[in-house]
Ligand binder design. Sequence first.
Ligand SMILES: Nc1ncnc2c1ncn2[C@@H]1O[C@H](COP(=O)(O)OP(=O)(O)O)[C@@H](O)[C@H]1O
Ligand SMILES: [Mg+2]
Length: 356
Amino acid sequence: MTEGQEIYDVLVVGTGASGMSAAVTAAHQGLKVLVVDKAPLYGGTTARSGGWLWIPGTRLATEQGIHEPPGAARTYLQHEATTHFDAARARPTSAPMNRNPRRSRSPSPRRNAAPPEEPAMLKIESVQVSYGAIEAVKGVSMEVRAGEVVAIIGANGAGKSTLLKSICGLEPVAGGRILLDGEDLARVPPHRRVAMGVAMSPEGRGVFADQTVRENLMLGAYGRRKDPVSVEAAIAREFQRFPRLAERQHQLSGTLSGGEQQMLAISRALMSEPRLLLLDEPSLGLAPLIIKDIFEAIRQLRRSGLTILLVEQMARQALGVADRAYVLETGRITLEGAGRALLGDAKVRAAYLGAH
Ligand SMILES: Nc1ncnc2c1ncn2[C@@H]1O[C@H](COP(=O)(O)OP(=O)(O)O)[C@@H](O)[C@H]1O
Ligand SMILES: [Mg+2]
């Protein structure tokens, strides 16, 4: 065994669904879990399909499956780590997560958006994001103030999801800056951004199909797993928000309808008690009645004072709920204004509202 190895109780590599279930259970039992993955991050942990689970006392037969360099592993669970782990030395630990004291959300009811002179909660300055030669976001500047609901509308491929991922830290920024409460996020890994109060409901929902509804929700509260009372309270709150999730709490999430999965994705994001909620196309592929429910939930969150950045192709609904909105076209902001003002804008109407 090499000196200086970091010892984890459970290591999940790649995180297949059954492995992830076990990891969630283990984490909630107070074990130290390392999830090694570079796929989408939800609520402070990561998962994607296919992978391996290692449990202490068993041989780490899949070590060759670990592709992450130590630097990447370090971004998970706030730990120094090497890519080698020794099962024989594994033991329960109780190292607390490094919590950011500023993450607590004001419980105050819906307040007016902060006045313009107050510094923005989220400030995006000339941000560029590229996928190889493809420049998906070409110098976007925008801001979201505390208590605001801000919408980003734009056609397929405009760069909306890429922009949200850069805010979460899931896509690296090639130029420009992203500031949360004035703090430059450039060097802040994704899971710490969750701890700082940013949570995302991703496009396509990204629920863990082979986990139950309840397990998915627990994942969202991963950063608070040592505080089961607050996790249960948050689950109860989400069940109240979406009673259908309560009815289906022991059902595997893959068997839910699209609308129910969307509710779950939103609730899972809310489990981390975010101050800034990023919603990527919550209406995508849903029936009109369900879309109405989803937007009603967004309105309720707005009334509670939560700050929301909403990406939508359903421009009419998005502009109807948003204080302000930006139009994104092939990686650039081409228009911005009050949500209702954009609803009446001739260009927006022609391009996004199906009105001529
Ligand atoms: N992982 C990726 N690899 C390469 N190109 C990508 C990737 N993700 C998105 N793109 C490209 O970046 C652009 C913006 O995509 P995206 O942010 O998903 O747009 P939107 O969410 O507005 O539909 C598109 O041209 C898309 O093809
Ligand atoms: Mg998208």
